[in-house]
Design a protein around this ligand. Sequence first.
Ligand code: ATP
Ligand code: MG
Length: 171
Amino acid sequence: EVINLNSLFNFVLNRFDMILESDAKNENTITKNYNILREFTKEDVWVEVDPDKFTQVLDNIMNNAVKYSPDGGTITARLIKTKTRAILSISDQGLGIPRKDLDNIFNRFFRVDKSRSRAQGGTGLGLAISKEVVEKFNGRIWVDSVENKGSTFYISLAYVDEEPEDDWDAE
Ligand code: ATP
Ligand code: MG
């Protein structure tokens, strides 16, 4: 299915903004504060992905960005277009990932430093599943990270040129 990546990405980010607002209203103290900055191309980006699965991928990466960051951090969401590919990224100012673990981060059940990760719940499956989904749609996913500074997760996908034809009156 050809979808508008700008809208899908915004939809996911809006939901993370709403979680914060509703927690503030309910005086819920368990949630971490964060700030989402969006730097999107003004051009529409159309890609061929399964929208539900791709939403889950972005949810996973956003959840990690919140989970592995201190309170009050900024998360920067970017969407750009190169000659042939769309690149989206999510940057946090969190714990970062040790250099020696960077190659393992997308493996099933891998979690950085068991003791560090135990404090935050999780199974270590989020990124492995995300990678499977992204690659199924001929995309690539990778990470750039500096320990104690933060991480940036990138996804690139080939984009299609135009908005799909509305096929309401197709036979
Ligand atoms: P879950 O299956 O609930 O997502 P998880 O978050 O532990 O569990 P992944 O999302 O696959 O699993 O991430 C694997 C590991 O990579 C994490 O345990 C964490 O150590 C590290 N990691 C992932 N994202 C980040 C991030 N943004 N900053 C720092 N470390 C991260
Ligand atoms: Mg996770």
